[in-house]
Write a protein that binds this ligand. Structure first.
Ligand SMILES: Cc1ncc(COP(=O)(O)O)c(C=O)c1O
Length: 491
């Protein structure tokens, strides 16, 4: 028994070496990569065993064997959102530099909440946030902090919005967004004490965007009824279809009405790194706050989100506290421009998430990131053209940002008995594909019907690989639905 909880140096070196071998095998881009995008069929047995494992009172065995076993469990038992054939949800195609940044940060136990213990990490976070602001083309002076992901970023921004415009009591405070908005937004409002009766979920227009005339009518009606409209949440890349709300018009409307405009760009904001994306996201710089997830389209490990505010002092107003005596050390003479991040969000002891993106940008340079985001958009164009060139499939939405949705054409032997039967077939095909372990494709609902969806942001995906996944979806569709009726027929 070693009460110091240390290991001999040689043992640490061997374990560290093995851990890194396992991780780099996992991160390998080509055929040498181990593992499939999906969990193995045997993983349920492992999961059951792990769930009920008793507390190990004594050492549980050779640490090297343990590391190998954990590697196997993670490889076989989980799905892998960083795999090039993982095309469901919003993948997390991290870079090796992001992983290295995580290792460095946790290895040095960096506390980033408070500048007196984390002066350098706080400076690196400030710089990384400033770079992100520049990359996204946001107004100079915009700033914010790294958080765990889009859900936390939305909650942080919406807290600042509430406190700025309606106060913590938020009596009558009313919020507006489209039915395409991520569930983390209504959940954040719920946490903030703004219940369903003061949330207006507006049905999207024909392009699944928030309808401006409907929004204006609803705000006017709510004001007439004594409520206090305060917030519009717009999407810069909806999760389901990658659509973008009309940001310039919404910004003008919100300015005129004195409303806070929050843009949820958790998935799509990085498109602004490219010329094409900047056109699509015009108006992003007029938002009061923006969420962006570096763990999505900026290729960082899971747990790397960011929230940015045009007026970052709003964060201090929402989250700032009087420091207790043990944290007060007085002025250092060096605090010009320094930030105590514990005053800008809910965490005091924080992971040093910024180092992942900082190291990645330093190693590869911003131009490589621009090229990687551009590549995602080009792959979406390519796969959409391929889908439409096939006689048995057709594109339903997109490509928008890097999302394409599509469907199989109905069977020649007779159409489905009801639309719900076609919907079920879409979900069955997604399940079939997943159980083969070959690829992950999501089903989503567009205009009330289930369709297939691809999100193609992984910079290590190849057009041929994506086409092969679509080919397999088409085969599975035909196997379940029968051969297609004729090109162009609707379900
Ligand atoms: C548009 C959007 N907002 C918010 C989120 C939530 O992000 P996270 O899972 O990092 O909390 C997602 C996740 O996919 C998203 O697509």
């Amino acid at each position: 028994m070693d009460a110091s909880l240390t290991l001999p140096v040689e043992s640490v070196a061997a374990l560290g070496h093995r851990v890194w071998e396992l991780v780099s095998e996992h991160l390998a881009a080509g055929p040498e990569r181990h593992g499939l995008p999906t969990a193995s069929p045997g993983s349920a047995v492992d999961a059951d065993r792990l769930r009920s494992e008793p507390l190990p009172g004594a050492p549980a065995g050779d640490p090297l064997k343990l590391v190998d076993e954990v590697g196997r469990l993670l490889r076989e038992g989980n799905a892998h959102p960083d795999h090039p054939d993982f095309l469901a949800f919003v993948p997390t195609p991290g870079t090796v530099t992001g992983v290295l940044g995580s290792v460095l940060a946790t290895g040095f136990a960096v506390p980033t909440g408070w500048r007196f213990t984390g002066r350098v990490s706080s400076a690196i976070e400030s710089a990384t946030v400033r770079w992100l602001v520049e990359l996204l083309g946001l107004a100079p002076g915009t700033s914010g902090l790294f958080v765990s992901g889009g859900s936390a970023a939305n909650l942080t921004a919406l807290t600042a919005a509430r406190d700025a415009l309606v106060g913590t009591e938020a009596r009558g405070a009313t919020a507006y967004f489209s039915d395409q908005t991520h569930f983390s937004v209504p959940r954040a409002l719920h946490i903030l004490g703004i219940g369903e009766d003061r949330i207006r979920v507006l049905p999207g227009d024909a392009h699944r965007r928030i309808p401006l005339p409907g929004l204006a009518r609803q705000v006017a009606a709510d004001r007439a009824n004594g409520l206090r409209p305060f917030l519009v949440v717009a999407n810069a890349g909806t999760t389901a279809t990658g659509d973008v709300d009309p940001l310039p018009e919404l910004a003008a409307f919100c300015r005129g009405e004195g409303l806070w405009l929050h843009v949820d760009g958790a998935f799509g904001a990085p498109a602004a790194l490219t010329e094409r994306g900047r056109g699509l996201l015009a108006g992003l710089d007029a938002a009061d706050s923006v969420s962006v997830d570096p763990h999505k389209w900026l290729f960082q490990p899971a747990g790397t989100g960011c929230v940015l505010l045009r007026d970052p002092a709003r964060l201090t107003r929402a989250f700032g506290v009087g420091l207790p005596g043990y944290l007060e050390t007085g002025a250092t003479g060096h605090d010009e421009g320094e930030v105590d991040y514990l005053q800008w969000g809910v965490e005091q002891t924080r992971e040093f998430r910024a180092l992942r993106l900082w190291l990645s940008l330093k190693v590869f340079g911003a131009d490589a990131f621009r090229a990687a985001v551009e590549r995602g958009q080009a792959m979406a164009d390519d796969i959409a053209a391929y889908i439409d060139s096939r006689p048995d499939l057709e594109v339903v939405t997109g490509p928008s940002l890097a999302v394409v949705t599509f469907r199989g054409l109905p069977p020649a032997a007779g159409p489905f008995p009801c639309p719900e039967a076609a919907d079920r077939t879409v979900d069955e095909v997604c399940r079939d594909l997943r159980s083969e372990g070959r690829a992950m494709v999501a089903g989503v609902t567009v205009a009330g019907r289930r369709v297939f969806r691809l999100c193609v942001i992984n910079p290590r995906a190849q057009p041929d690989g994506l086409r092969a996944v679509v080919d397999r979806v088409a085969e599975l569709w035909t196997a379940r639905a029968g051969a297609p009726e004729r090109p162009g027929a609707a379900l």
